[in-house]
Ligand binder design. Sequence first.
Ligand code: GLP
Length: 241
Amino acid sequence: MNLIVCKNYDEMSKKAAEVIAECISAAGEQLVSFPGGDTPLGMVNVFTEMVNKGKVDISRTRFVQLDEWVGLGEQEYGSCVKFLNDNLLNKLQYSFFDTHLINGLAADIQNECTRLNEYIEHFGPLALSVLGIGLNGHLGFNEDGVDFENNAHIIPLSETTKKVMGKYFDKEHVLEYGITQGLKQIMAAKTVVLLANGAHKAAILKKTFKGPVTNTVPSSILQQHNNCFVIVDSEAAKELR
Ligand code: GLP
């Protein structure tokens, strides 16, 4: 694990954007994946600016979404796709070579998994998987108890996730499932960049990197990744030193 502790959120975001840009610049044709959630916003802003200023070339990079809430579409606040569209994809002055997004409102949601799996199989493995982390150690929506060998799948949301989901969107949405790339696809990425900030993430980071590898803490599988950058602010890093 390459642990990079930054003094605050802004520094973490900038550092992460630089590491991601370096990764993208080092490879030719490639597939990369970004998450939604609150954590990556700063990184996405810096990254977008770097692309728009011509500091990083994404013209040979394919982009694939990590995860989505089943039941939320691109118009809904809180959906991962809206986050990515509003903050990244619609702000880029140069486009990714191709973009594969997840429709959480698809009538045939199982088919969204199939499409996601086929896309990753065809254009993958991922060169880069950028991740946030849930309070229970979920990566994407790989909730506690998940099978490490899964590819993209639909999964019931954990109680922890249901408790925190109110921060993303109105309580009128009662969501029960997520759709996510599987840990097998994430672990096959050449480079993983995990971002976390804030004191509330300190305990789960400790379990992730100092505890046993177990699917009750899905993120602990990252201990077995041989090129994983963990870029965090000092608050989140408190229990890692
Ligand atoms: C969300 C998403 C993840 C995200 C994680 C952390 O529910 N499914 O992709 O990385 O939980 O979210 P946040 O960055 O808002 O803390």
